[in-house]
Ligand binder design. Sequence first.
Ligand SMILES: *Cc1c(COP(=O)(O)O)cnc(C)c1O
Length: 428
Amino acid sequence: MIYQRSSQLFAEAEKVIPGGVNSPVRAFKGVGGTPIFVKSAKGAYLFDEDGNKLIDYINSWGPMILGHAFEPVVNAVIERAKLGTSFGMPTALETEIAALAVSMVPNIDKIRFVNSGTEACMSAIRLARGFTNRDKIIKFAGCYHGHSDSFLIQAGSGGMTFGTPNSPGVTQGTAKDTLLAKYNDLDSVKELFESNKNEIAAIIIEPVAGNMGCIPPKDGFLQALRNLCDENGTLLIFDEVMTGFRLAKGGAQELFGIKADIVAFGKVIGGGLPVGAFAARNEIMNYLAPVGPVYQAGTLSGNPLAMAAGLEMLKALNSEPAIFQRLEQKTAYLEKGISEKLTQNNVKFTINRVGSMISVHFDENAVTDLQTASKGDNDYFKKFFHGLLQEGVYIAPSAYETWFITDALTYEDLDFTINAVDKISKQF
Ligand SMILES: *Cc1c(COP(=O)(O)O)cnc(C)c1O
């Protein structure tokens, strides 16, 4: 396949946009080469500016769970746009999607809509801090909660219990309130509770980690966090921006039977428009302005086009519970096929999967946290990525990403992908 026009477009973009992209991972820094510029997409396929057709395993990093240009969503957006695109005043549509979301997700009474997953997580921890009157939060190394300052924190060195900024521009003052624990390591969480008695407002976690590859929580891990929170008067925040409306109708809370205190959403909930949301039971949500003292706002929050898209997406998922089974079956089929081919071709690998989240790691050892995820063979991943791209299969241009399976994929597409994996893994 030829990517000439994409390369030209990238060169033009680099002149006026930092790195040519509006979000860093799109720039192909992790794999080399230049990004593909998309012209359009339909169902499971991307059509790029060079006229190539690609099977898409990113799906806008999750939202297009029913495929690109899903007709009910597209039509709803077109019809709403004719009625005006933003008012900064309440609409009936907002209540409709809120009521539907609340009915689908366990353990939430109220939901507030924002414009991104970043905003949702940022607002969730502010609410938790206000509600508990405490400053510190625990996050897990390798979990991603968007790019707000409190989350751009890496593990501190040596004996320090607090994190340090992992981006210039994040202050030490902010970093000192974010404590870093290890995913799937309960002792690392207990230690933080012991050394910060009565200071921890919340634990925030991806209930299935999806931003260091896909990493399932070990048996009992989430329940143990729930118990620790209860013992310490700390809130448990599930960042379900990736898992929400994907792993089940009610997300990871439903799948694992664990109640979180606050849940953050994004991606699927917006049906491909910029939407995030956070939700909790009344007692907590009523702490939010204008009812309570914790401030949170947005000029475009609850935007009618975004709400129309999200509503159609949630309606589709709500009306056909079999979607989640189908997604799981397709992803399991892909897992089995890729596993067989890589094994036959003597590649060292591990595949992690929960429902329709799946990641291929080029290391034979179990991948259970950031440290083990970092051990994968990056050079092999680069060849794998570019090899698949040449075959017309597009996976995320980074070894630390989950593949996002869409229901629009057919078993033919999956077989095509498995055969592409066979072909390229024979070559290297
Ligand atoms: C994508 C993601 C975010 C950030 O959402 P944006 O809409 O990109 O701001 C937060 N948390 C998780 C788990 C995510 O996967």
